[in-house]
Design a protein around this ligand. Structure first.
Ligand SMILES: Nc1ncnc2c1ncn2[C@@H]1O[C@H](COP(=O)(O)OP(=O)(O)O)[C@@H](O)[C@H]1O
Ligand SMILES: [Mg+2]
Length: 392
C-alpha cells in the first residue's frame, strides 16, 4: 500500500509499505527529505548507504525491541505474533517524535490522529505490559506500539499530560528508586533532567515520568547524531559528539554532557548507551533546541547484582560507544570540577534511605541490601567529594 512518510504535517517521501510483511518495499520519491530522520537525511547520498534498507532498519527500530522483558507474554496479551505487526497499527505514531505513515489514497491529518493532542486508550495496554493481564478488546491505536528499551513500559495520560510508566528488570526491583534518586540529585545540582516519580500499581513498583517531547519536537539519539559526520582520527568520539552539537547550535553542550557524566559516576549507571541520551529538535524549523534532559538512569547502584557481589568502589559503565569504561575515568572529562557543589550529600542520603525503607514491602529487599545501598551512595559521594577537593 502507498503511504506518505510524514514528519508531523510535512511529507518526507512517498513509499510502498507491505502491510503483510511489515516492510517498506519501495521508495517512490523523496519529497521534503530534509525532514527525514536525521541519520537517513545525512547519509542518503553516501555510496555505501542503502536508503531503502536503512529506512526499514529505522522503521523497524521504532517498534518494541526483541529484548523487551517478557516480550512474548506481552504479544500474547495483545493477540499478535510479532512486534513488527504493531508498527503500522497506529500509523507508526510515537510520543518521542513526530514520524508516521499516511495512507496515500485516503490522506489523514496529523492534528486528527497524533497522540500528543488526541487521547488514547491505555489502561488495557498498561495491564498487559506491566501487570500481565490480558484483555480481549485491547486497542492498538496507542503510542505504545512504538516504545524502545528493555524495560516493560506504557504511555498513559494523567490530567492531560502524557507520562511514561516503566517497570523493573532485575530481581532487586530497584530501578524506579534509582530513577527517583537521580531526579533528586539532579534537582539539587541544578541539572536539566526528566523527573521520575515512584508509583505502586497493584503492589508493583513502577516509575513515572512526563514526556519530554511535545507536539513540536522530536528526540534524536546520540547514536543517530554520531552517524551524521565522519569522525577524524585525531579526536575522540566524546569530542566529536560535542563538536557536532556545537556546530548545530546547541548551547552549553559540554556543560550538560559533563553533568550527565557526573550523575553516571555518582550512581554508577551501567546503561548510558547511545540511545539513552541525545537532542531535542524542533520538527517545524528543524532547529536543534537543546540536549534531551537526563533520563533512564535506572540501571545503577548495583541493581543488577546479588548482595554479596555489590561493589561501590569501582566498576564499568558505558561511555560513548565504549561498553566498559571504568567509572573512575569519567571525572577526567570534566573540565572544571570545582563548579559542582555537593553539599546536598546528607539530604540526598537521608532521602535515599527513607525511600528504600518506605518501598521495602514492594521491592522485597533484604535489610542488608538497603544498608549496602545507603553506604554505597555515601561512598560514591565521598569519592566525588575527595576528587573535587583534590582538583580545586
Ligand atoms: N520522558 C520521555 N519522553 C519522551 N521519550 C521518552 C521518555 N522516556 C523515554 N523515552 C523514549 O523511550 C525510550 C525508552 O525509554 P527508556 O527510559 O530508555 O527505557 P529503558 O529503561 O527500557 O531503556 C527512550 O530511549 C526514548 O526514546
Ligand atoms: Mg533506555
Amino acid at each position: 500500500m502507498k503511504y506518505y512518510l510524514m514528519d508531523k504535517n510535512t511529507e518526507i517521501a512517498l513509499i510502498e509499505y507491505d502491510t503483510n510483511l511489515n516492510v517498506i518495499s519501495k521508495i517512490y520519491k523523496k519529497i521534503n527529505f530534509e525532514y527525514a530522520p536525521l541519520n537517513l537525511y545525512a547519509n542518503q547520498n553516501r555510496k555505501d548507504f542503502n536508503l531503502e534498507k536503512e529506512m526499514n532498519r529505522w522503521f523497524k527500530g521504532r517498534g518494541i525491541p526483541s529484548w523487551r522483558k517478557d516480550l512474548e507474554r506481552l504479544l500474547k496479551n495483545l493477540n499478535v505474533k510479532f512486534s513488527d505487526e504493531l508498527l503500522d497499527k497506529a500509523y507508526g505514531l510515537s510520543l518521542s517524535d513526530q514520524y508516521w505513515i499516511n495512507p496515500a489514497e485516503n490522506k489523514l491529518k496529523w492534528k486528527d490522529i497524533n497522540f500528543f493532542t488526541n487521547d488514547f486508550e491505555y489502561k488495557a495496554f498498561l495491564d498487559a505490559s506491566i501487570l500481565n493481564k490480558s484483555s480481549r478488546n485491547i486497542s492498538l491505536m496507542t503510542p505504545n506500539n512504538t516504545t524502545d528499551g528493555m524495560i516493560q513500559k506504557a504511555w498513559i495520560i494523567e490530567k492531560g499530560k502524557r507520562k511514561l510508566i516503566k517497570g523493573t528488570f532485575y530481581n532487586a526491583n530497584q530501578e524506579p528508586l534509582n530513577e527517583k534518586l537521580t531526579s533528586i540529585i539532579c534537582r539539587y545540582l541544578g541539572f536539566d533532567y526528566c523527573n521520575y516519580e515512584i508509583e505502586v500499581l497493584e503492589n508493583k513498583l513502577v516509575s513515572k515520568c512526563e514526556d519530554f517531547v511535545n507536539e513540536n519536537t522530536e528526540y534524536i539519539t546520540a547514536y543517530d547524531i554520531l552517524q551524521t559526520e565522519k569522525k577524524s582520527n585525531n579526536i575522540s568520539t566524546y569530542e566529536h559528539y560535542i563538536k557536532i552539537l556545537e556546530e548545530n547550535g546547541i548551547e552549553n553542550a559540554r556543560i550538560n554532557i559533563e553533568n550527565m557524566l557526573l550523575i553516571d559516576f555518582l550512581v554508577m549507571n551501567i546503561d548510558r548507551h547511545l540511545g539513552n541520551f541525545g537532542v531535542i529538535r524542533n520538527v517545524e524549523t528543524l532547529k536543534w533546541e537543546k540536549l534531551a534532559p537526563i533520563f533512564d538512569t535506572g540501571e545503577a547502584l548495583n541493581c543488577d547484582k546479588e548482595i554479596s557481589f555489590m561493589n561501590f568502589k569501582d566498576g564499568n559503565g558505558r561511555f560513548f560507544g565504549n561498553d566498559k569504561k571504568p567509572f573512575k575515568d569519567y571525572l577526567k572529562y570534566i573540565k572544571n570540577i570545582e563548579r559542582f557543589n555537593i553539599s546536598c550529600k546528607k539530604k540526598v542520603i537521608e532521602q535515599w534511605s527513607k525511600m528504600l525503607k518506605d518501598y521495602q514491602i514492594y521491592t522485597g529487599m533484604q535489610d542488608e541490601r538497603i544498608k549496602k545501598l545507603v553506604e554505597g551512595l555515601e561512598y560514591r559521594f565521598n569519592l566525588l567529594g575527595k576528587y573535587i577537593e583534590k582538583n580545586k
